[in-house]
Write a protein that binds this ligand. Sequence first.
Ligand code: NAD
Length: 294
Amino acid sequence: MKIGFIGLGIMGKPMAKNLLKAGHELVVFDINKENVDNVTAAGAKAASSTADAASQTPVLITMLPNSPHVKAVVLGEKGILEGAKPGTILIDMSSIAPLASQEVEKACAAKKIKMIDAPVSGGEPKAIDGTLAIMVGGDKTVFEEVQPILLNMGSTAVYCGAIGAGNTTKLANQIVVGLNIAAVAEALTLVKKAGVDPQLVFEAIRGGLAGSTVLNAKAPMMIESNFKPGFKIDLHIKDLANALDTGHGVGAPLPLTALVREMMETLHADGFGQDDHSALARYYAKVSGAKIGK
Ligand code: NAD
């Protein structure tokens, strides 16, 4: 299948490479030329714009930071709606506000472009392994049509409901992940202050009820003071802000989400917005005076 891929960042790059490995022909675009070069070196063809990629491919994938980027790439100048033929399928895999997915889908439908939202969880390691968890909203028949493509990038692709449901599911995921990371940072700061080795605590509790994918991935990073992203604090702020907006819209108060978002805003203000979200450990170092890592 000939697929257009727009947005070749931390996630888009390995996802595009897995599509190439699966035998698809790729036409790619990103405003960052270095990212384009990285993927063309693996066999993709570069387009001169998003519209150019859209004019050549029956299926398009976008993997962009947030709602304004997706709106610009789909609705804007030299964007998808300018280039795509009627019948084209757009799979937006970015994590954006569910309301934005609904707005963009409406504009696509008016031009007979079929759009689904299909954000992912698993971060860069699972993007590289092709084992992402993919959550999908939109027309179920479109989902079924592109499911094999999704499974070239992920190990699961679950249909969650109408357009926007994929991103609503992703917000739930980001709440669970963000609050879990804060809990790990809080707990490991406590043990460090109390004079117990955080590494031994990690080993002791990981097999019990406190064990989690988040604990396994993020505790070692905190212990090593390695905050290389991964998933950036600034992107997680974006997701929690989208969760709070959505929560306020539907009447679901999210007090813990609000608290962790403010911790992340503190890190952003301190210049750590580009760090991995495990840098929540830095917030606890600031308020406790004790660093988990060496
Ligand atoms: P990133 O910032 O590394 O990559 C985004 C890419 O989009 C960049 O290469 C950028 O140049 C490109 N871009 C921006 N505007 C563009 C435009 N107008 N036209 C073409 N390209 C444009 O971000 P990422 O970490 O790859 O994340 C992408 C999405 O996936 C985000 O919504 C994020 O929340 C989500 N996500 C990320 C992770 C992770 O661990 N990094 C995990 C799950 C989901």
